[in-house]
Ligand binder design. Structure first.
Ligand SMILES: [Zn+2]
Length: 570
């Protein structure tokens, strides 16, 4: 027997096994593929499409991540290729289905860090904050940093900022920094101040403030990013594993709340985690990432190339700049002094002239601009900058945005529509702030605050979001605030400044197609119609039928992004 025949015989002997193995591999592959059917029908539902021309439907057909057909059940089943192989039909049995929410303003990275930090949201007193800090100290070695956030002194009995001594008493051996719920101020203990070399003699950084006591010693309170970052830059970065763990927890929370797209401002390292998750097929929400406006332009261009601008799941978007702080901490820039503290008009965090020059340069490179502006002075400056940009660089569909647009002077409302500036707002901020907003700015100016209806009437486009992790991600809280302007537990009767309520359809639109427009993705998402992404949610309540008090009790039963179910209750 020659070597050759041996080989042939050997091959002949093993051929059946190879064939079986190949067949098995092929079969496994095809049966895996069958788990994602070529067409999925959702039938017999109450489908709110958010398409003004056809607001209601019963059924839709989905293929390759997009809606191919929507309308009456019979029509969809008959006319949309029904009866093919690889078809899955889900009978909604009358359940309410609507477009997924597109949160136009979130900080997923911050939320991820919160997951790993001391949770202080809702602490009713400084004593409770100390108790939670003590629990964290017990879990750490001396010298290890402790961070936390979410405290809100306006809900405490004495309504006063905390101080370093209160933290030192609990954590004498660990540097500690605990950020206010607004994200604009923080309290640090003595070790943390020491690590940043902050003492009596340290001058205020431009755009920030180191608070001092009667003796001139720092109190521990640091106001605005410029001051907080003196300490925060000393905190060692989380390890990539920690970062990923935090973000994975956050993504679960996002999916559970029916949010299918977010417009995010986090760190570049967070974006890299999103990229990893996308590669692994684990991204469960579409993310558009904003970049820091203040970075040099060549760096921004590099990030835009690295992050891309086209991928429907993950890409880079607008440049985010800050013009001022926040109202609660009296760091929002106002045209006139604060009503409850005439010594201050707030803080401008960027010099307007410099801001204008930088904006013109960045706009010329095709970047969309998103300016944080809370006070009426900051809003005016943002509008002035956008006006100067259009004048310098000519007409373009640029869709510049003001993030928050919280207090707007009467003369400035019409400028949003004139300049095609999007008001990117967060209805739940109104719920949180109404307790003290009028104290801060007085009766007259409050009329231009959180003024959704006035903005809509003036022709401005709205995009809604939450500012998660400053507020919870739940869009139902936002919808409730939008239609009632009441506290979560009800009141004031008829709502706070009720003239600014807007109808539910407008609230939903701002939260879906309005947000999509603000990221140049109208026609791709936000409405349920043929050709748009299959991004939708099924809810336990029909929002158009229940009272607004039921909104926050509404449960998401299923969240679908690009036809893939990313969350489902059992
Ligand atoms: Zn924000």
């Amino acid at each position: 027997m020659t070597f050759r025949t041996t080989r042939v015989r050997y091959l002949a002997a093993i051929l059946p096994f190879i064939t079986v193995a190949l067949f098995a591999a092929f079969h496994a592959k095809s049966s895996r593929a069958q788990k994602v059917p070529t067409t999925t029908y959702y039938t017999h539902g109450r489908i709110y499409t958010n398409d003004p021309e056809h607001p209601w439907a019963e059924a839709m057909a989905i293929s390759e991540g997009k809606i191919t057909c929507i309308g009456k059940t019979d029509h969809v089943l008959l006319d949309c290729g029904g009866g093919q192989e690889g078809v899955e039909t889900i009978n909604l049995k009358g359940q309410f289905l609507m477009p997924g929410f597109n949160d136009a303003h979130v900080h997923l990275g911050g939320a991820g860090a919160d997951e790993l930090a001391v949770p202080l949201t809702g602490v009713p007193s400084v004593e409770e904050m100390q108790k939670r800090l003590a629990a964290a100290v017990a879990q750490r070695k001396p010298g290890e940093w402790i961070t936390g956030g979410g405290w809100d002194h306006t809900t405490w009995p004495e309504k006063k900022f905390p101080n370093r001594q209160q933290l030192d008493a609990i954590a004498p051996k660990n540097p500690v920094i605990l950020t206010h719920i607004s994200g604009h101020v923080a309290v640090a203990n003595s070790l943390a101040l020491k690590s940043a070399e902050i003492d009596k003699t340290t001058p205020n950084p431009p755009g920030g403030e180191i608070e001092h006591d009667a003796l001139g010693e720092p109190t521990g309170m640091l106001k605005e990013g410029a001051a907080m970052s003196l300490v925060k830059v000393r905190i060692p970065d989380p390890s990539p594993e920690q970062r990923r763990k935090g973000i994975e927890l956050v993504l679960q929370n996002v999916a559970k709340n029916g949010v299918t797209s977010v417009q995010d401002y986090s760190e570049w390292a967070d974006f890299q985690v999103y990229q990893e998750l996308k590669e692994a097929g684990k991204l469960t929400v579409r993310i558009t990432e904003w970049l820091p406006f203040n970075l040099p332009v060549d760096e921004l261009q590099n990030m835009r190339v690295q992050g891309g601008t086209k991928d429907p799941w993950l890409k880079t978007g607008a440049l985010k700049a800050f013009t001022d702080g926040a109202l609660g901490s009296r760091t929002a820039a106002m045209l006139e002094p604060y009503s409850d503290d005439p010594s201050t008009t707030g803080i401008l965090t960027n010099d307007p002239e410099k801001l204008t020059a930088m904006a013109i340069q960045r706009d010329k490179l095709g970047f969309q601009l998103a300016f944080h502006a809370i006070g009426d002075r900051a809003n005016r400056i943002a509008l002035d900058v956008f006006e100067a940009v259009a004048k310098a660089n000519g007409k373009r569909d640029r869709r510049d945005r003001i993030e928050h647009a919280q207090v707007v002077a009467p003369l400035d409302f019409s400028r949003f529509a004139e300049l095609h500036v999007i008001a990117s707002m967060q209805p739940s901020h109104q719920t949180t702030d109404m307790r003290w907003a009028e104290d801060r700015i007085g009766r007259e100016r409050i009329l231009g605050a959180y003024a959704w209806a006035t903005l809509v009437k003036s022709g401005a486009r709205l995009a809604f979001g939450t500012d998660y992790n400053v507020e919870p991600i739940s869009p139902f809280r936002g919808l409730y605030a939008c239609v009632t302007r009441e506290r979560p537990d009800g009141g004031p009767k008829n709502g706070w400044e009720p003239q600014e309520k807007i109808p539910l359809e407008d609230c939903i639109r701002a939260y879906t197609s309005g947000s999509a427009y603000a990221q140049f993705e109208e026609g791709k998402k936000g409405e349920l119609k043929a050709g748009e992404y299959a991004d939708f949610i099924i809810l336990s309540n029909d929002l158009t039928k229940v009272s607004p008090a039921q909104f926050t009790k509404t449960r998401v039963l299923r969240t679908v992004v690009g036809a893939r179910t990313v969350y489902q209750t059992n």
